[in-house]
Design a protein around this ligand. Structure first.
Ligand SMILES: C[S@@+](CC[C@H](N)C(=O)[O-])C[C@H]1O[C@@H](n2cnc3c(N)ncnc32)[C@H](O)[C@@H]1O
Length: 315
């Protein structure tokens, strides 16, 4: 997976006291790693939620190339928190969304080792097999982004529910995706009735669920403000996420153009080399011809050629 230069966002710092309850300085941060993902536009809220809740433990069900996992790790790193971020995946894909190769696991492992060695841990296997890696009541922030059927997401939530702490927040991706095989929206509609909740609708939707009975103050303020002004909260995060999406799309375009330019350069080199080879062949033939013309046999056979061309002209 190609890596790109990190955006320098020092100039984006915004004074906290000018911001409403649903934004903080972290909402303006930029992700340091931007692999392929359908989660790109949720980075601003992920940065916000880590800053506000300062979770002791973050668990992600479904990591793939690691975009969301690296966003959580980056937030922890920048905030200097003692948090561990746990990424769970088989790193094989599945039949519904498609299977993929070992290079995905290798990329996530290499990036974790290089940038988040003391923060990130990868737990390879099925969510159900790895649930015993976590103590009951230990997870403060859970991100569910595995298979997207109704039964799948329900099973993931129920499996990890006992592991959640009394301040736990759960994020659900794909709550606004209504394609045939997607059922997260249906499960979301059920749980959103049972706990404090808020639904972002952009980038396939991100559901925010306050499951813990003793939520952090910032989370309670968020749910109160977001319930009062849902459209403003959505518009702000859609705009922040949209800016990251545009940047990522331009990066992808720039990478494609760089690759095309490299391909054309190499094609040009091949054509040049071929042209040089043809010119050399032509020179060789011309030298041979000069040698024939200069030879004594050519000179001796001159009358024969003269007679034969005269006969051709008169016939
Ligand atoms: C939609 S992708 C995750 C995307 C990622 N969060 C991002 O930011 O781009 C879903 C991942 O969940 C994994 N997955 C789905 N169901 C699983 C299960 N039951 N156990 C382990 N991994 C699973 C798949 O292998 C796939 O890599």
């Amino acid at each position: 997976m190609p890596e790109h230069t990190i955006i320098d966002d020092a100039e984006t710092a915004v004074p906290e006291h000018h911001l409403p309850a649903w934004l903080n300085e972290a909402s303006y941060w930029q992700p340091a790693h931007r692999p392929l993902s359908a989660w790109v536009e949720h980075a601003p809220f992920a940065f916000w939620v880590v800053e506000q809740t300062r979770p002791r433990s973050i668990v992600e069900l479904g990591t793939h190339w690691g975009y969301s996992y690296f966003v959580f790790c980056e937030a922890v790193k920048r905030l200097g928190l003692p948090t561990r971020v746990h990424a769970l995946d088989t790193w094989e894909g599945e039949d519904h969304a498609g299977r993929y190769g070992e290079e995905v696991f290798e990329y996530v492992a290499a990036t974790t080792a290089a940038d988040y060695a003391d923060i990130g841990s990868m737990h390879r296997g099925y969510f159900s097999d790895r649930v015993s890696d976590f103590e009951d009541g230990s997870i403060d922030l859970l991100h569910i982004d595995g298979r997207h059927g109704y039964e799948d997401v329900r099973e993931d939530f129920e499996l990890y529910l006992p592991k959640l702490s009394d301040r736990a927040v759960v994020l659900f991706h794909d709550i606004t995706e209504h394609q045939e095989t997607f059922g997260v929206w249906r499960f979301w509609a059920e749980v959103a009735e049972q706990y404090p909740s808020f639904a972002f609708e952009h980038e396939h939707g991100l559901g925010v669920l306050g499951v813990g009975a003793d939520l952090p103050e910032g989370m309670r303020a968020f749910f109160a403000a977001a319930t009062g002004q849902p459209e403003r909260v959505r518009a702000d995060y859609e705009a922040l996420g949209g800016a990251i999406r545009r940047y990522v799309d331009l990066e992808t375009e720039a990478t494609a153009l760089r690759e095309e330019s490299a391909r054309l350069r190499s094609e040009l080199e091949t054509t040049r080399a071929e042209a040089e080879r043809l010119a050399a062949d032509r020179q060789g033939l011309s030298n041979q011809l000069d040698a024939v013309h200069a030879s004594s046999s050519w000179r001796l056979t001159r009358p024969v050629r003269w007679v034969s061309s005269s006969l051709r002209r008169s016939s």
